[in-house]
Design a binder for this molecule. Structure first.
Ligand SMILES: Nc1nc2c(c(=O)[nH]1)N[C@H]1C(S)=C(S)[C@@H](COP(=O)(O)OP(=O)(O)OC[C@H]3O[C@@H](n4cnc5c(=O)[nH]c(N)nc54)[C@H](O)[C@@H]3O)O[C@H]1N2
Ligand SMILES: Nc1nc2c(c(=O)[nH]1)N[C@H]1C(S)=C(S)[C@@H](COP(=O)(O)OP(=O)(O)OC[C@H]3O[C@@H](n4cnc5c(=O)[nH]c(N)nc54)[C@H](O)[C@@H]3O)O[C@H]1N2
Ligand code: SF4
Ligand SMILES: [Mo]
Length: 749
């Protein structure tokens, strides 16, 4: 392709390379959508090391949504009951700056909050941190990664001393056993799954274990599917560890030389013989034994996980328990082995590097660490003490801050919380009370726009230049290849402009995003995520580069042959020397008994609802809801329910079920399937109020979170199910009373 731009897919954290070329190529018919809009042509980039030319349906169709239903210009209104008025950027920025000044003067800097996104480019993240945490002195920046990866971040930090997935995708094709837990990789990380699946099919000895309460397409491909009850992962993992210990399949030398706290862990797992674990998890003893046997017999074990682990009120403990298995067997720091979190969003990794959560700072630093704060203050030319020592508000704390009136200004960008936050009834009520909400998005309308005072049009992927990091730490340059729609501007430029107008002109004097990145990489120097050897120029010339990549490793003259060192292109792993980022260099075992679900099923709410994703759709549908092919694949929301439970409720396939939790309700057609365990039901997260009537998964979920990662348990809440046909409107009082159990059938045991 001649005019093709090499870039990265803006959907999932697999991070596939794409080549995008303009619609009207010389000599070829112009590609157009049903409205006659030209469509850019997209294909996989064969030279991208992570994806090797492969793409899934989302990446392949991305161009079809780029020009549809975009937010074209800034809009404003004084109160939420008024219609929006189109305004100029000047007017919008004036209003924003004025409001900032008022809130800073009356409530202090902690009255200001920003809620960002793993769909930011690293530049967007970095400038937002500099503005909020640096110039304004509040750590009230959090991202939707709080709902996504924060348990993995906390688990890595506690076990290894720092964040950072230690593995690389080549490990998918080097392992003897892939242990997939709480991940529907086939639908959510399809190209990772393709690589693994091909290798698994070709190599008889390679085992694949999937741990998921649902029989997903991922589970279909496994040698062993452990359909555990939701929330029993810790018991299962302790059970596998128990057998490995009993059988003597542990790496005593590694434990002795490279770890701490093994005795506490050994004590805990002694309580988890298979007969106990099988009962708790709702599986057979034999299944646990097979899983442990696969671990024991495999030279190299690779664990993959995502939201079934992270989105839990004990998410950090689950992550650490996965890591425990790797530590006790020495399965880390070598090809084909290690604990590997699959990142959800395209640049949640870059967000972590740039300090994009309320408790972290750029360069894998922590807000609570005085030395880390001092290093960042110095880099930013701030007075000592300018950065607050207190972690800021998490995503959910922003909602409660609106409830209490402590949040005076909320700036939301590149996320759609009126669909994706837990407990939507409460979330929306809090957003309604917000004194001033700025919402910066690429599309219009979205559900969150209804709660904004100011709407700012963002230039999206393809309209701005920046970098993103995928799950295996590979950084790809994403150049602009088309002009922004309407008056759209890159997120980081909007943040920088507000920073300048608030009096920090010298801190935001960047001419372009390459300069922003160059400043950021200095903050990674000598840190685990060192990328000082990477620049826009280098990415443009040499293609995607994996970190760590220190400038000392490439820019220096090689003393032996006095030639400049060239970039080492072999995929890297972390911890190959078995030294970890803890003060004593040892990894730490965590010792955990399970506390179970935050809201277990009970006689009033007898089913456990779990939520998640479908192959074709992306989150809140702002893009994929506008793509015909994908709409045909997944036209409607639904609720998966086991045939036995359907019989208990007397319902047939397709019949409408009303689902109620303690917080809200929704209506979904039943999809009767043995793929889900009795007692558990599943609803996709994708459909918000603009896309379907009363089919919001998060009307039902709760915000109870892991005490370490503060990540909410979006994967489980207790619900009642009522067939709509014989459903009489129930007064709220009756719904709350214990008698309400008579209204809802119990799951078949
Ligand atoms: N098609 C598609 N792909 C995506 C996305 C998308 O919107 N659409 N989003 C991206 C993002 S941001 C993310 S975070 C990832 C998410 O990727 P995944 O985590 O793979 O996706 P989910 O469907 O949220 O949840 C995964 C599985 O967790 C299981 N689960 C539920 N409860 C438990 C439990 O207690 N224990 C265990 N072991 N499993 C449980 C569910 O049954 C589900 O199959 O996907 C990314 N990729
Ligand atoms: N029940 C339940 N809830 C969940 C989950 C679940 O599994 N179950 N998963 C959680 C997880 S893991 C995640 S990651 C979240 C995702 O939830 P959200 O972040 O709310 O979902 P998106 O639809 O991806 O929202 C991204 C928004 O950014 C806009 N956008 C796209 N590009 C740009 C850009 O360049 N700039 C700006 N400013 N805007 C842009 C899009 O139009 C869209 O409105 O949902 C969470 N909520
Ligand atoms: S697997 Fe993920 S990154 Fe790759 S094309 Fe699909 S959505 Fe894009
Ligand atoms: Mo996510």
């Amino acid at each position: 392709m001649t005019d093709a731009t090499k870039t990265l897919c803006p959907y999932c954290g697999v991070g596939c390379g794409l080549e995008v070329s303009p619609p009207a190529q010389p000599g070829k018919a112009t590609n157009r959508d049903s409205k006659g809009t030209p469509i850019w042509k997209v294909q996989g980039d064969r030279t991208h090391p992570s994806s090797q030319g492969m793409v899934c349906v989302k990446g392949a169709t991305i161009a079809e949504s780029l020009n549809k239903d975009r937010l074209h210009y800034p809009m404003m209104r004084d109160s939420l009951d008024q219609p929006f008025q189109r305004v100029s950027w000047e007017e919008a920025l004036d209003r924003i700056v004025q409001r900032f000044k008022t809130v800073l003067a009356t409530q202090g800097s902690d009255g200001v909050c920003m809620y960002g996104s793993g769909q930011f480019q690293t530049q967007d993240y970095y400038i937002a941190q500099k503005l909020l945490k640096g110039c304004l002195g509040t750590n009230n920046f959090d991202a939707n990664s709080r709902l996504c990866m924060s348990s993995a971040v906390a688990g890595y930090i506690q076990s290894f001393g720092s964040d950072g997935p230690p593995c690389c995708y080549d490990d998918l094709e080097l392992t003897d056993c892939a242990f997939l837990i709480g991940t529907n990789t086939a639908e959510c990380h399809p190209i990772v799954f393709n690589r693994l699946r091909k290798y698994h099919k070709k190599n008889q000895h390679v085992k694949m274990i999937v741990v998921d309460p649902r029989r997903t397409p991922t589970a279909e491909a496994a040698d062993l599917h452990l359909a555990i009850k939701p929330g029993t992962d810790i018991d299962l993992l302790n059970g596998i560890a128990h057998l490995l210990m009993r059988w003597g399949y542990i790496d005593s030398e590694f434990i002795e030389e490279c770890t701490n706290n093994f005795p506490a862990f050994a004590e805990v797992i002694s309580h988890y013989p298979p007969e106990v674990v099988a009962k708790i998890c709702g599986i057979e003893e034999r299944e646990i034994e097979i899983a442990a046997q696969y671990w024991a017999e495999s030279k190299r074990v690779l664990s993959l996980w995502s939201m079934g682990v992270n989105q839990s009120s004990e998410g950090t403990a689950k992550v650490r328990n996965i890591i425990n298995l790797h530590l006790m067997t020495g399965q880390i720091g070598k090809p084909g082995a290690g604990p590997f979190s699959l990142t959800g969003q395209p640049n949640a990794m870059g967000g972590r590097e740039a300090g994009g959560l309320s408790h972290i700072l750029p360069g894998y630093r922590l807000v609570k660490n005085p030395q880390h704060r001092a290093e960042v203050e110095q880099a930013w030319g701030l007075t000592p003490g300018a950065i607050s020592p207190n972690p800021g508000r998490t995503a959910w704390d922003m909602i409660t801050g609106l409830e209490t009136g402590d949040v005076g200004l909320l700036w939301i960008a590149a996320t759609n919380p009126a669909v994706s936050m837990p407990d939507l009834v409460r979330t929306k009520a809090a957003l309604m009370r917000s004194p001033f909400t700025i919402y910066q998005d690429a599309y219009y309308p979205t559900e969150t726009a209804a709660f904004a005072h100011v709407l700012l049009p963002a230039a999206q992927w393809g309209e701005k230049t920046g970098v993103m990091t995928n799950s295996e730490r590979v950084i790809t340059l994403c150049p602009a290849f088309k002009p922004p729609v309407g008056d759209g501007r890159p997120d980081w430029e909007i943040f920088a402009e507000v920073g300048r107008r608030l009096g920090f002109a010298d801190k935001f004097a960047f001419k372009n995003s390459a300069e922003v990145y160059a400043e950021f990489v200095e903050l990674t120097r000598d840190r685990p995520c060192d990328q000082t050897g990477i620049s826009h120029e280098r990415l443009h010339q040499e293609g995607p580069i994996q970190w760590p990549c220190a400038d000392s490793s490439i820019n220096n003259i090689d003393r032996h042959n006095s030639r400049p060192k060239v970039l080492d292109r072999t995929p890297k792993r972390m911890y190959t020397d078995f030294r970890f980022n803890t003060p004593d260099g040892r990894a730490r075992f965590g010792a955990y008994h399970s506390r179970g679900l935050a809201e277990p099923a009970d006689p009033n709410y007898p089913f456990v609802l779990t939520t998640g994703r479908l192959y074709g759709h992306w989150h809140t549908l702002t893009r994929t809801g506008r793509i015909d092919k994908i709409k045909q694949m997944h036209p409607n929301p639904f609720i998966e329910i086991h045939p036995r439970d359907a019989v208990g409720l007397g319902i047939t396939d397709g019949e409408l079920l009303e689902v109620r939790s303690r917080r809200g309700r929704g209506r979904f057609p039943a999809l009767i399937t043995k793929a889900i365990a009795p007692g558990t039901v599943f609803v996709p997260m994708h459909w918000g109020s603009l896309w379907a009537d009363q089919a919001e998964a998060n009307a039902l979920t709760h915000p109870e979170a892991c005490p370490d990662s503060l990540q909410p348990e979006l994967k489980a809440c207790a619900v009642q199910l009522l067939p709509v046909r014989n459903h009489i409107e129930t007064p709220q009082a009756l719904l709350e009373s214990p008698k309400s159990s008579i209204l809802s059938a119990a799951p078949s045991a």
